[in-house]
Design a protein around this ligand. Structure first.
Ligand code: HBI
Ligand code: FE
Length: 290
């Protein structure tokens, strides 16, 4: 289980940031980044939104080694006014939202070890920086992330953080996007995972369902395995307009009386791109028994 820090760790600033201490990385640390980077950079073209590959280029993330956050922030600041700051782990929601609302992306500074190549419990610098930062060079996505932070601060006052966290999960972390007649990846949890970058687009088992905010906010999520349902947006502008660009208070209120949906539930009104084999088998069994 991932664990949110409860107390400000020694040595951290009041805003929970710590120095990245870039010069402390070893040759092995940099080699691990390069290995992960090479594997994803070879696989992602044609799968990820082109805006992600553009971001890698614009931010010069194609350079070998773990990026220096100061250098990265300089480029990002010029482009969209964002910065990348180091934190000692998962910070409390309020702290996380406050950084986003001020266009600061918080990143872990440690990198996984070879025995954690494909699975780790806490986000490391590869997930946080390779996964999240390239799209922060995209003006609309950059605005979405800031608006999410502002929405988080409002949701906290309304006791609706759990609903808003689902939005983050199914967009920023595990989102798919439709471009023309193709589905592409953009979620950081997918693009930083070799296995899920293939699974999310090619595997027959998960559902791929058109984005619907009300529906999504009723849907549970799992943190211990690949997703059983992905939500597909029609574009970043559309996502921003439909979600944190509007007042969500009426929606939170309306959802109070509704029940949660399981991770693999498919509703008759869902706009289904691909019905997962699990849901398909269940629908067949149901049809056969009636
Ligand atoms: N802290 N460092 C860090 N990174 C996260 O992604 C993060 C966090 N704290 C809270 C949090 N995410 C989520 O609980 C919110 O999206 C709701
Ligand atoms: Fe993440």
């Amino acid at each position: 289980m991932t664990h949110i820090l409860e107390r400000l760790p020694d040595g951290a600033a009041a805003d929970w940031t710590i120095p990245q201490d870039w010069s402390a990385y070893t040759a092995q640390d940099h080699a691990m980044w390069d290995r992960l980077f090479a594997r994803q950079a070879a696989m992602l073209p044609g799968r990820v939104v082109p805006e992600f590959m553009d971001g890698l280029d614009i931010l010069r993330m194609t350079k070998p080694g773990i990026p220096d956050f100061q250098e990265l922030s300089g480029r990002l600041m010029q482009r969209t006014g964002w910065q990348v700051v180091a934190v000692p782990g998962l910070v409390p929601d309020r702290v996380f939202f406050d950084h986003l609302a001020n266009r600061r992306f918080v990143a872990g500074r440690f990198i996984r070890t070879p025995d954690q190549l494909d699975y780790l419990e806490e986000p490391d610098v590869f997930h946080d920086v390779f996964g999240h930062v390239p799209l922060l060079a995209h003006p609309v996505f950059a605005d979405y992330m800031q608006a999410y932070g502002e929405g988080g601060l409002r949701a906290e006052r309304m006791g609706a953080i759990d609903r808003l966290a689902r939005l983050y999960w199914y967009t920023v972390e595990f989102g798919l996007i439709r471009q023309g007649d193709e589905l592409r990846l953009y979620g950081a949890g997918i693009v930083s995972s070799h296995g899920e970058s293939i699974f999310a687009l090619d595997d027959p088992s998960p559902n791929r369902i058109g984005f619907d905010l009300r529906r999504l906010m009723r849907t549970q999520y799992r943190i211990d395995d690949y997703q059983q349902s992905y939500f597909v947006i029609d574009g970043f502008e559309d996502l921003l307009r439909q979600t944190v660009g509007t007042d969500l208070a009426p929606l939170y209120h309306e959802l109070e009386g509704t029940s949660d949906l399981m991770v693999d539930t498919v509703l008759p009104e869902d706009r289904v791109y691909t019905l997962g084999t699990q849901a398909y088998a269940r629908a067949r069994a149901l049809a056969a028994s009636s």
